[in-house]
Design a protein around this ligand. Structure first.
Ligand code: ZN
Length: 536
C-alpha cells in the first residue's frame, strides 16, 4: 500500500502558493507542484471550516454528512449547540482505511472530537475544548503531545483582538512548529500508511493580517505594513518548512497538499442576517425587548472576560446574564409571527411547523416563503451597488441527502462581506461599516476557492489543471491507497491514475462512548470560534 501523506494548508489560496512557491520561498510545495498536478479547488457552501473539512474527509456533501456549521440548531428551543464528530453521519476516509487494515494517523482535522478509535493515532482539531483523553487516541499519545508543547489552537485571536500583531504572528508560528514536531515524531515511526494533518496557521494568518498584506484593504496602514505586511507570507513559509520536515521523516510515496477553502480581504461591510430578515418582515421582534443596553453589556462581557472569569461571575450574575444572553441571541423574537431566521452563516432557516419549536410555515407554504426570501436576498445591494449575495440557492439545489439541521436557503456573499446573526451594537441597521460601529473583526474572511497539489505514486504529472472540487479529495486518497469505500459524492481527480476499488461494506460504528460538552467546554469552543470571526 503506498504510504500516503495528506497535509492541510488551511485556507491557502493557489495565488499565494503559486507566487511564493515560484519565488523559491516554499520549496517543498514547489517540488510537489513541479512533480505532479495542482489546481484551484472549490469548497463547500458555506466555505466554513467545519463543513469544508467534513466534505474533504468524507467525500460526501453536507446533505449527507450532516455538518452544516460549527454549530447545529437545538431541537427544543431557538438557539444552537456546538456540533461534534458524533453529528457526522458518514465515515471519513481514515475510517475506511482503518477498516481495510491500514494504519492511520490523523492530526488536527476539524470535527474530529471526540477522537475516533482508529487503527493508529488521532488528535482532534479545533472543535476539541482542550487537549485531554477525549481528544487523543490512544491515550498514550497525550504525553507525547504535551512533551512537544502541542496545542489544539493558538491564542493568536486573543492577541489580535488587542491589536497585538507581534504576539499574534509569534503564536501562529509557535503552535504550527509544535504541531510539526509532533507529527514528525509520529512520521518517523513509519508504522502508518496514511498520515493526515491540518497545519492550519495559514488560515489564521489570512484572518488577522490581510489588512497589512493588501494595500487596497480598507484598514490598510502603510506604517503597520512595514512590520506586518509580510506576516501572511512568513506563516506560509513556516508552514512549508513544517511540511518539508514531515515529508523527510515520513518518506511518503504519494503526497496531497489541500486547503479546505481560500481567503480574501474584507470589504469591512457587515451584514446582520436577522436584522435584515426583520427589516424584510420575515422575523418579528418583541415590542418590549430586553434593553439593547443590556444586550451590549452582555456582548462586552462575552468579549472582554475569559471563560474562567465568566464562570466565576456566574453565581452572582448568572440569571441576569442568562436572560440577556437569551435575548441577545434569539430570545426577543415573536416566533409565532416569524417565518424565517438565521444563525451565523449567509443562510436562512424557515420557521417550519413541525420542525421548529414554534414553527409557523406550513409544508404547503414552504416553497412560496422560500421564493419570497430568495427574491429579497437577490435584491439586496451593498452601498457600492453590487449585490450582497452573488448567488442564492434553495438548499436542495446544493445539498443532496436527508441530513437534518441544515438551512433551507444558502447564499454566497459578495467577496469580503462579514456575516453576523444579530446587531447588538449601538448603531441601528442591518448593513453597517465596521468603523461606524466600533467593531474590530478579522480583516480577512474565507473565500470559496482553495487549492490542491499532489505528486507521487498514482498521480499524473500534468502541472496546472482545471478547477477541482473538495469532494474529490477522499475518493482520490482512497483510490491511491486502493482502499474500497461506499459510493461517494465525488470522483477521483482527473490526475489520479489509480481507480477506486470495489465497494466496501459500511464500516462498523466506532466504539467510543458519547462525550457531551459541559457548559464550560462549550463556552471554550465558542470563544475560539468567535476569535476567528466564525460565530457571534
Ligand atoms: Zn479552514
Amino acid at each position: 500500500m503506498p504510504r500516503t501523506l495528506v497535509v492541510g494548508f488551511d485556507g491557502a489560496t493557489l495565488d499565494h502558493c503559486e507566487r511564493w512557491a515560484g519565488e523559491g520561498r516554499m520549496p517543498a510545495l514547489a517540488s510537489v507542484m513541479a512533480d505532479g498536478s495542482y489546481a484551484r479547488m472549490r469548497s463547500t457552501i458555506p466555505s466554513n471550516s467545519a463543513v469544508a473539512w467534513t466534505s474533504l474527509s468524507t467525500g460526501m456533501n453536507p446533505g449527507r454528512h450532516g455538518i452544516f456549521d460549527f454549530v447545529l440548531p437545538r431541537r427544543d428551543e431557538y438557539g444552537y449547540r456546538v456540533a461534534s464528530r458524533e453529528d457526522r453521519r458518514v465515515p471519513a476516509l481514515w475510517t475506511y482505511a482503518s477498516e481495510a487494515g491500514a494504519r492511520v494517523a490523523v492530526v488536527n482535522i476539524p470535527m474530529t472530537f471526540p477522537a475516533e478509535d482508529v487503527n493508529g493515532y488521532m488528535v482532534s482539531g479545533m472543535d476539541a475544548p482542550r487537549l485531554d483523553e477525549r481528544a487523543a487516541h490512544p491515550r498514550e499519545l497525550l504525553a507525547q503531545a504535551r512533551s512537544v508543547n502541542y496545542r489544539i489552537m493558538s491564542k493568536a485571536a486573543h492577541a489580535f483582538e488587542s491589536r497585538d500583531f507581534e504576539t499574534a504572528e509569534r503564536e501562529l508560528v509557535e503552535v504550527l512548529e509544535a504541531r510539526g514536531r509532533f507529527v514528525v515524531e509520529l512520521a518517523r515511526r513509519r508504522d502508518v500508511d496514511l498520515l493526515m494533518v491540518n497545519l492550519e496557521a495559514t488560515d489564521g494568518a489570512q484572518h488577522f493580517f490581510w489588512q497589512h498584506h493588501d494595500p487596497g484593504h480598507p484598514r490598510h496602514d502603510p506604517g503597520m505594513a512595514v512590520r506586518f505586511g509580510a506576516s501572511i507570507r512568513t506563516v506560509y513559509q513556516a508552514t512549508d518548512r513544517a511540511f518539508a520536515s514531515i515529508v523527510q521523516a515520513f518518506d511518503p510515496d504519494t503526497v496531497f497538499v489541500v486547503s479546505d477553502h481560500g481567503g480574501t480581504g474584507t470589504s469591512d461591510w457587515i451584514l446582520f442576517m436577522n436584522d435584515w430578515l426583520a427589516a424584510e418582515g420575515f422575523l418579528s421582534a418583541r415590542p418590549r425587548a430586553v434593553t439593547s443596553a443590556g444586550q451590549r453589556l452582555y456582548q462586552q462581557a462575552k468579549k472582554r472576560l475569559s471563560v474562567p472569569a465568566r464562570q466565576a461571575l456566574q453565581p452572582l450574575f448568572g440569571r441576569m446574564l442568562e436572560r440577556v444572553k437569551g435575548a441577545a441571541l434569539y430570545g426577543d423574537y415573536q416566533w409565532d409571527r416569524s417565518r424565517a431566521y438565521a444563525h451565523m452563516q449567509p443562510a436562512v432557516r424557515l420557521n417550519l411547523a413541525g420542525r421548529e419549536p414554534a414553527g409557523t410555515v406550513t409544508a404547503g407554504e414552504r416553497d412560496s416563503v422560500l421564493g419570497e426570501v430568495a427574491a429579497r436576498a437577490r435584491d439586496l445591494r451593498l452601498p457600492s451597488g453590487e449585490p450582497a449575495f452573488t448567488n442564492v440557492y434553495r438548499s436542495d439545489e446544493v445539498y443532496r441527502g436527508h441530513a437534518s439541521g441544515g438551512p433551507d436557503l444558502v447564499m454566497e456573499t459578495a467577496p469580503g462581506l462579514h456575516i453576523r446573526s444579530r446587531n447588538n451594537t449601538a448603531q441601528r441597521g442591518f448593513l453597517l461599516r465596521l468603523q461606524d460601529v466600533g467593531m474590530y473583526l478579522p480583516s480577512g474572511v474565507h473565500a470559496r476557492m482553495g487549492m490542491v497539489a499532489a505528486a507521487g505514486t498514482g498521480i499524473e504529472r500534468l502541472g496546472r489543471v482545471e478547477e477541482a472540487d473538495i469532494h474529490q479529495v477522499a475518493p482520490s486518497v482512497l483510490a491511491v491507497m486502493d482502499v474500497p469505500s461506499q459510493p461517494l459524492d465525488g470522483a477521483p481527480f482527473g490526475f489520479v491514475t489509480a481507480r477506486p476499488p470495489a465497494v466496501a461494506a459500511a464500516p462498523a460504528g466506532d466504539r467510543h462512548p458519547h462525550a457531551d460538552l459541559t457548559e464550560e467546554e462549550e463556552a471554550e469552543v465558542m470563544d475560539r470560534l468567535r476569535g476567528l470571526g466564525y460565530v457571534d
